[in-house]
Design a protein. Structure first.
Length: 250
């Protein structure tokens, strides 16, 4: 992936990691379009950050994805990068009423959403000389957080999906990269001030450095996530799982 000169669509780019990456990528000389469900929030982003494009999209809705595709590709026919950032993270308790609905919503948003986005936008990405798809999994794809079982499962599935499409697209013009965040200080799980989460600015700076050096890299791994990412290979899986099992308990 070239770090500049791209036209990048980031559904789920209205806050946290998504917006942070959007602003940094724009500063590197990219045309950036962020997508989100709330038109008023998109208006605010557009007014505060000159040059950022916006489009309304609900990634749980195939119809909304199709509409966003038509809007983005008509306004930005040079589109060459898709970052599937949209996602939710909510705790589940099997004994608590309503947790099944949380699980189903998580699958719809975190798994079906990115899959639908890739299928929808791939034809446009394949028209150019070079293109990039960046999926967003998690360190929890490798060792799960017991408090969020379905979130972990969707991120493990995104990892597997990414591996599969990378092989299918290896002879095409499309590079496929998996971004693997650790816990980061964002609104996910109310971690804005969490001492166990990585400061957002620190995470974004390290990601941008890695993207600049990415070349043909398959994963973007900040140092903080390797504790989880490499746990199995290094024989630490049960130890890491034990640490994670103690988090977010009432």
């Amino acid at each position: 992936m070239n770090i500049s000169g791209n036209t990048i669509f980031i559904p789920g780019g209205t806050s946290g990691i998504g917006l942070g990456l959007a602003l940094r990528l724009q500063a590197k000389g990219n045309t950036v379009i962020v997508g989100g469900r709330r038109a008023e929030l998109l208006d605010e982003i557009r007014s505060q950050h000159a040059g950022i494009g916006t489009v309304v999209i609900d990634t749980t809705s195939p119809a909304s994805i199709a509409q966003a595709y038509e809007s983005v590709t008509s306004r930005y026919p040079q589109l060459d990068t898709l970052i599937t950032m949209a996602g939710i993270m909510l705790p589940e308790d099997l004994a608590t009423e309503g947790s099944l609905q949380v699980a189903e919503q998580t699958v719809e948003t975190n798994l079906l959403g990115p899959i639908r986005l890739v299928y929808q936008f791939l034809p446009a990405l394949q028209k150019g000389e070079k293109a990039t798809i960046i999926t967003v999994s998690s360190g929890l794809a490798y060792v799960p957080l017991p408090a969020t079982p379905t979130y972990n499962a969707t991120k493990a599935a995104i990892h597997s999906f990414t591996e599969g499409i990378r092989v299918q697209l290896e002879k095409s013009n499309v590079q496929v990269i998996e971004l693997v965040p650790p816990a980061v200080r964002t609104t996910l799980m109310n971690q804005e001030e969490s001492p166990i989460a990585m400061p957002l600015e620190e995470f974004l700076e390290e990601v941008m450095t890695l993207l600049e050096k990415a070349g043909d890299a398959e994963q973007i791994l900040v140092e903080r996530v390797k504790w989880q990412r490499n746990a199995v290979a290094e024989g630490r899986y049960q130890d890491v799982l034990g640490v994670l099992a103690g988090r977010y308990r009432s």
